[in-house]
Design a protein around this ligand. Structure first.
Ligand code: ATP
Ligand code: MG
Length: 426
């Protein structure tokens, strides 16, 4: 049985060049046309069977939230249709659903009534909601006094305790703390088992893989692919990677890094030198040497950004020396999802001395890393080129968070990593 059916679903917004243009249009009784139509969701069709969990992924602004709001009936489509069978409970992006002036308890009653529950039905579930949200006496305080985490806790408690047939969840888990996230995940899995239909938007690829039966990939409001979670997440990463590359090319061409001449001068085959830096959060150093690029790839040397715990990863870093250096070193730091230094290496520390560097010379180093059994999340790499030893050096060029890669697994890893361990029982 089909629970949700969307056909050519589209939503457009009017975009005005200036705020005053809207007024002009209004005052002319729409005889003057000053707006452009912007399609936040365009021509999206799909069918979802009852009991399936559907993930929706895509970069920021690709139309995920708009699509969910259309399915939930909160937005009216500009074109196309969407039909849903059964009671829908939606947990949308922060800010929707609650009246800030009313208390948590009052909002529960208002929301429950909107979802078609009787007062008695709401009262019978109030205890469960209060327990699930676990926000203590704030339950009777106005919602405007809530932290964003408390807000999500209440919203989630309501959404899953109103006995929905279709549950729609937009990103909300990300705001809760670790314990609450686990509690939500547990509850969602339970609802999934009970045969509810679930729509789930998240930037957390592991959660998508763990929860979803099928995934819709959106880009620019359009459905670019629909399929199983693994291949959709892979497609999504490719999409992000292409975007990142475009961004890097643009920002590199803006900075006056001129590596082309030097490359030819020293006759280095261009493919050995990496010349893109995906991201620059912060950069410092005395400028005697300059990082030209960094690339992260898998064992086969093909660039990628998603790894399994324990996989092999190649990190390639190129740097140009503007002056002759006696003891150049090239290396990097890996930071965990919380920004904590996880580990670091460089050519001196791992015994691969570069020798002296001549002025104008470009050097490239390949690091072959066996990743630990890290927990899922986004990790960053900050490369550096310096002069000295691993323990005593002057920094020539350091770039914070130049590349981000993700660790993905459906397996639960407790703490920072899983130990590489063997257990014997006597
Ligand atoms: N009320 C609105 N008026 C005009 N444009 C809008 C409106 N709401 C959304 N948009 C635009 O529609 C596009 C899709 O927005 P949407 O919020 O659906 O993206 P998203 O995929 O949920 O992004 P994110 O990952 O950042 O949550 C964006 O370009 C956004 O600017
Ligand atoms: Mg969104």
């Amino acid at each position: 049985m089909i629970a949700v059916h969307a056909e050519h679903l589209s939503k457009s917004y009017r975009i005005y060049p200036r705020p005053s243009a809207r007024l002009q249009e209004l005052l002319s009784f729409n005889r003057v046309n000053r707006h452009k139509d912007f399609w936040a969701v365009e021509d999206v069709s799909f069918e979802v069977e009852r009991g399936k969990t559907v993930g929706i992924i895509g970069v920021n602004g690709s139309g995920k939230s708009t699509l969910l709001q259309l399915v939930a009936g909160i937005l009216q489509p500009s074109r196309g249709t969407v039909t849903a069978e059964g009671r829908i409970s939606a947990l949308l992006e922060l800010g929707s659903g609650f009246n800030p002036e009313f208390s948590g308890r009052e909002n529960v009653f208002i929301n429950g009534a909107l979802l078609g529950l009787s007062r008695a039905e709401i009262e019978s579930r109030l205890g469960a909601m209060e327990r699930f949200a676990e926000i203590g006496e704030f339950f009777d305080q106005p919602v405007k006094t809530y932290s964003s985490g408390m807000f999500v806790r209440l919203a989630f408690a309501v959404a899953i305790n109103v006995d929905p047939e279709i549950l729609i969840i937009d990103e909300a888990l990300a705001v809760g703390d670790g314990i609450f996230q686990h509690r939500c995940m547990h509850k969602i899995l339970q609802l999934k088992k009970e045969g509810k239909t679930i729509f789930f938007v998240s930037h957390d690829n592991s959660a998508i893989k763990r929860l979803c039966d099928e995934v819709i990939l959106l880009d620019g409001g359009r459905r670019v692919a629909l399929g199983d979670p693994d291949s959709m997440v892979q497609k999504y990463l490719e999409l992000m990677y292409a975007r990142e590359k475009r961004y890097a090319t643009e920002s590199n061409s803006k900075s006056n890094v001129d590596s082309g001449g030097a490359k030819n001068f020293f006759d280095i085959p261009p493919e050995a030198v990496v010349s893109t830096i995906p991201n620059v959060d912060h950069r410092f150093g005395d400028g005697r040497a300059e990082l030209l690029g960094i690339e992260v790839s898998g064992e086969e040397g093909i660039p990628k950004r998603s790894f399994a715990p324990g996989e092999r990863m190649q990190v390639k870093i190129s740097a140009r020396f503007k002056e002759a250096l006696e003891t150049p070193i090239i290396g990097f730091i890996i930071r965990d999802p919380l920004g904590v230094d996880l580990s670091a290496t460089n050519t001196d520390y791992d015994n691969a001395p570069l020798g002296k560097a001549k002025a104008g010379e470009i050097r490239t180093v390949d690091f072959d890393v066996q990743l630990p059994l890290l927990r899922p999340g986004n990790y960053s790499i900050s490369p550096a080129v310096a002069d000295g030893t691993a323990f005593r050096h002057t920094m020539c060029d350091w770039i914070d968070n130049a590349v981000v890669f993700s660790i993905e697994t459906g397996e639960f890893i407790h703490g920072m990593m899983r130990l590489n361990i063997s257990v014997k029982v006597h």
